[in-house]
Ligand binder design. Sequence first.
Ligand SMILES: Cc1cc2nc3c(=O)[nH]c(=O)nc-3n(C[C@H](O)[C@H](O)[C@H](O)COP(=O)(O)OP(=O)(O)OC[C@H]3O[C@@H](n4cnc5c(N)ncnc54)[C@H](O)[C@@H]3O)c2cc1C
Length: 540
Amino acid sequence: MFIDTRRVDQGSVVNCSVCIVGGGIAGITLAMSLDKQNIDVVLLESGGFSSDEGSRDLYRGEAVGEYPYSFADGCRSRFLGGSSNCWGGWCRPLDPWDFQKRDWVAHSGWPFGLDELLPYYDRTHALLQLGPNNFDPEFWERSINRPDVRRTPLVSGKVRDTISQFSPPVRFGKTYRQTLQRSQHIRVYLHANATAVDTDQSAQSVTRVQVATLSGIRMEVRAAHYVLATGGIENARLMLASNTVQPNGLGNDNDLVGRFFMDHPRLLAGNIRFSRQWSRNKLSDVKYHYMNASVAAHGVHVAHQFALTPEVLEQERLLNARVWFWSIFPGEGSQGAQALLRIKQALLKKHQDDWSLPADIRSMVLHPIDTLGYGYTRLFRPRWLIQGVKFQIIVEPEPNPDSRVTLSPTQTDSLGMKRVRVEWRLTPRVQRTFDRTLAILADDMRRSGVAEVELDAPIEGQKWPASLEGTWHHIGTTRMHDSPRQGVVDRHCKVHGISNLYVAGSSVFPTAGANFPTITLSALALRLSDFLVHQIRGQA
Ligand SMILES: Cc1cc2nc3c(=O)[nH]c(=O)nc-3n(C[C@H](O)[C@H](O)[C@H](O)COP(=O)(O)OP(=O)(O)OC[C@H]3O[C@@H](n4cnc5c(N)ncnc54)[C@H](O)[C@@H]3O)c2cc1C
């Protein structure tokens, strides 16, 4: 059932068994899983069914630090479904070694291994509308069975190839709207902003969540269990802002909330000249993924990427990374091409702030050559029009306590909450991983006769290139560790020291790996659901 909080009585008190704050992938996954167990849930969602400027503004804040970092408009969506309204749908579970303690990566290691998540990863496939739970490149090459979709030979023994699957991408607020509407156990409060999570005087148990609408209604929710699922930046913000009893914020006795903020740094690099035999191969080129029919089987599109073997990572003391190819099309980056891409995203039902079809049509009409060149190449991909191929690479960010989300000392939003301040910092090992991953892959491609590669100058010890970007993956700010001195939540995603407060989402990841986070945060939400059911039934 949906309730418009702007229409509830001023000062209402709502009671339930589990209060989930945030209606994104984490919150909706958890709510729907608890629903199946007949558990009474209140889901608080800041936005409505679509984007609105007032809610969007609540996400704005300050980016500080040595390189620019965007985290508001277009980088997060604040309405039902959260950032699933704009995500790309890449899915791949973390690698087994992402969970391990690596002696060369400070603060690495999860409290459990990949095995613990396997049954939950399995369940995410239906939820995210993925294909078979199989990420073996050989299986996909065989299933796709096309001469122009082939795995390239890898000869050095240092590189492996991997597969990701694409969710269509599922927009959770749309795809699961009917399920939420019909549920007998879930009450979704829209336009309901959690502004504070209050505890008893000992700060050992949460007593209520305070809620406000932009129209001035205030209410509170009282529950047996509370789950924060507001995304990797907002989870920390809400905990830091809830400081009536604990001046440093909830669960922040050890000054960890908001620290270890991570996102996958991303770059385009190098120039690749394929040998004739491999020049038409589509498997590893991102431009042939998504809507193109070539790289798909079993009803799902897949992407193929390269990574270093765990042995090389250990020998060279590197972080994990993923690399794929990026064809440069005529008109790439031009206004006409950008307009065309936005229209494609609209067809994929992607939420884009301030998107205007007439404005994009105008851009295309004003830049006909760029638009037609780009569009034609994108559709038919004639080799002779492709102006070059580059690597695109994302690297695992190293956990770094100085990379952090804090509250702005000066700025508040329209609900009176302090805005966020985000300082994204990367370590020298991240730079070395960029350099070494590309150098080892380039060497392998040369030796196997797949391509000649001209690499860019190494970046280790240099200023980051201006083209450095994040990947909209907000990770680590409420990290998981068995010890409260090293983590905000325990292995069950429960906040240390507070008996009934949990966190869902990628903010609990202690390390980020080099795969996209959403399938893992969905698996963790399903696991948290099992744990809560057990707690609730145990108490009954
Ligand atoms: C452009 C883009 C592309 C992406 N592509 C991929 C990809 O290909 N693969 C991948 O794995 N990941 C991708 N991601 C990341 C992915 O979208 C996120 O990991 C995922 O959506 C996070 O889900 P969540 O539920 O934890 O948080 P969110 O999606 O951030 O949801 C949080 C929800 O909480 C609500 N909320 C916030 N604050 C409050 C409050 N105080 N009170 C009440 N409600 C509140 C918000 O409105 C929102 O609905 C992408 C992200 C972006 C922006």
